[in-house]
Write a protein that binds this ligand. Structure first.
Ligand code: MRU
Length: 329
């Protein structure tokens, strides 16, 4: 995987030969973004089987099942992580030997990774219909190729529209505390040659008031059956602002991000991270050591503030139980 904690200054690949190493990478956000976590979880189960391949069959099976649970717990909000793990968990058969199991798990992990890229291109194709020539798009966090196996969800829409020849411009929210927008989204857009301007998170309202934002396009970590959207902290503030200014909020995500079993937004687990991520910015202390700091990594935007949810199977607009249910495979 690309070590995303080092970008944009250093591009370095990070290899994991153990499940412990992968869990550390997930928790430190070396690999991050819901779809990328789904693939990482799937590969993690295959990695576990490889790690335990020399053990007697019963022990082998028990240890892989235990690793499934550890991997799924590594980060709680993005449902794609447990989805990727559960896809693999369902393939485990306690009567099968390690070598056949490894082969099956590696193959399925590859399939999940390949499908992710295809899905993102479909999201891009569907979503680009909502983008007009000349649009100025505000995005938050990073829902690009780095957050997925490739191409991106929210940035997939931007890429597709740009590829169609639409003249678009992207405002990139810095996305404190970990600056995924400044570090990762800006890096992707500069590499792609897509016109983009970096802004700090507190500039969005003033940009909207000045009429400089036509659409807000973001990704998602978990979507309830009714269309409420958990995404990077700050998305809810953008949604309220966009609603006030009559600007559509477009959410892009694969169907695997929809938790059809979750019907209440309060039931989405919100990860709370180390307060030092707020006291520091990119390794530099920006607040006094003794100050209390609060660091929820995600917030939830109610469906009523979302214009549309774009998936690989089409668009739910407005998003609700019926329109999302129709996108189920
Ligand atoms: O904490 P992160 O960086 O993993 O949060 C990522 C986001 O909130 C993304 O917007 C979301 O996972 C969608 S990625 C296509």
């Amino acid at each position: 995987m690309i070590d995303q904690t080092l970008l944009p200054l250093t591009y370095r690949l990070h290899a994991c030969a153990t499940v412990d190493c992968l869990i550390e990478a997930i928790q430190m956000l070396r690999v991050r973004g819901a779809p990328a976590l789904g693939a990482a979880g799937a590969y993690g189960v295959a990695l576990s089987a490889i790690e335990h391949r020399k053990e007697p069959q019963e022990l082998f099976y028990r240890h892989v099942v235990e690793d499934c649970a550890r991997l799924a717990r590594a980060r709680p909000t993005a449902i794609n992580l447990s989805w990727g793990v559960n896809e693999q968990r369902a393939l485990l058969d306690h009567q099968e030997g390690p070598e056949e199991t490894i082969e099956r798990l590696v193959e399925h992990a590859k399939r999940i990774a390949e499908t992710d890229v295809q899905n993102n291109k479909s999201i891009g194709r569907h979503g680009a219909r909502l983008i007009e020539d000349g649009d100025s798009i505000l995005t938050h966090c990073n829902a690009g190729a780095l957050a997925c196996v490739g191409y991106g969800t929210a940035l997939g829409i931007v890429r597709w529209a740009h590829g169609e020849g639409k003249r678009i411009h992207v405002y990139v929210d810095e996305t404190r505390p970990l600056c995924q927008g400044a570090r990762l989204t800006a890096w992707e857009l500069v590499r792609e040659g897509i016109p983009a301007t970096l802004v700090t998170d507190n500039m969005a309202g003033s940009l909207m008031r000045a009429g400089r934002v036509d659409k807000v396009v973001v990704g998602a970590d978990r979507i309830t059956a009714h269309g409420d959207v958990a995404n990077k902290i700050g998305t809810y503030s953008l949604a309220v602002l966009a609603h006030h200014h009559g600007i559509p909020l477009i959410v892009a995500a694969p169907v695997s991000t929809i938790d059809f079993s979750c019907t209440a937004l309060e039931d989405i687990p919100i990860e709370e991270r180390d307060a030092d991520e707020v006291r520091y910015c990119c390794g530099v202390q920006v607040a006094p050591s003794g100050v209390a700091a609060y660091n929820p990594a995600f917030d939830v935007t109610p469906a009523s503030l979302v214009d549309s949810i774009v998936t690989e199977n089409g668009i739910a607009r407005p998003p609700d139980k019926r329109s999302l249910g129709a996108l189920k495979p």
